[in-house]
Design a binder for this molecule. Structure first.
Ligand SMILES: [Fe+2]
Ligand SMILES: [Fe+2]
Length: 171
């Protein structure tokens, strides 16, 4: 049964780092996480949930790679710590995926996802990503974090029931 109301996973301006590419990608991760949470809370078909998990995983991988390429290029001093945090978060998303595949427990996956995004990912942005963005903004050559449009990450075809599918929305 879906819950009557819940606060959507929304990117808050308080999470801005001031580096456009990073902020755009964080915003997109929140969007994909919200699509996934909606599918979990709405008792969507397991295949739809799996596709939403995969889309979030793929985009998150692309974003972490973009940050890490730039950290390496500029010999960012906290690179190892930042990389370890990415590995940890990625591992947690993998666990969420595996657990859902095995149990189909949407409620448990939803609770874990909210924790990972609201607590963990937002905390990561506040501390490590802000520190990185400040460092990038201090570089004379400027940041070359690559753009990752939502369509740039390999994704599976959207279904009619997928809330991120424009065809599924009334006009
Ligand atoms: Fe980030
Ligand atoms: Fe990061």
């Amino acid at each position: 049964m879906s819950e009557p109301s819940r606060k959507p996973l929304e990117f808050d301006v308080g999470l801005l780092t001031g580096t456009r590419e990073i902020d755009d990608q964080h915003r997109q991760i929140f969007r994909f996480a919200e699509v996934l949470l909606t599918s979990l809370r709405g008792s969507a078909e397991p295949a739809v949930v799996q596709a939403a998990i995969d889309r979030l995983l793929e985009y998150t991988d692309a974003h972490f790679s973009a940050e890490e390429e730039e950290m390496k290029r500029l010999s960012y001093p906290r690179r190892a710590q930042h990389h370890d945090a990415h590995v940890l978060f990625r591992r947690e998303l993998d666990i969420l995926r595996k657990d859902f595949t095995a149990s189909r427990n949407a409620r448990s996956a939803g609770i874990r996802l909210e924790f990972l995004i609201v607590d963990w990912f937002a905390g990561h942005i506040h501390h490590l990503d802000r520190d990185l963005a400040t460092f990038l903004q201090g570089q004379r050559a400027g940041s070359r974090i690559r753009d990752i449009p939502p369509t740039g990450a390999p994704v599976r075809p959207l279904t009619e029931r997928d809330p991120s599918n424009p065809k599924a929305r009334p006009h």
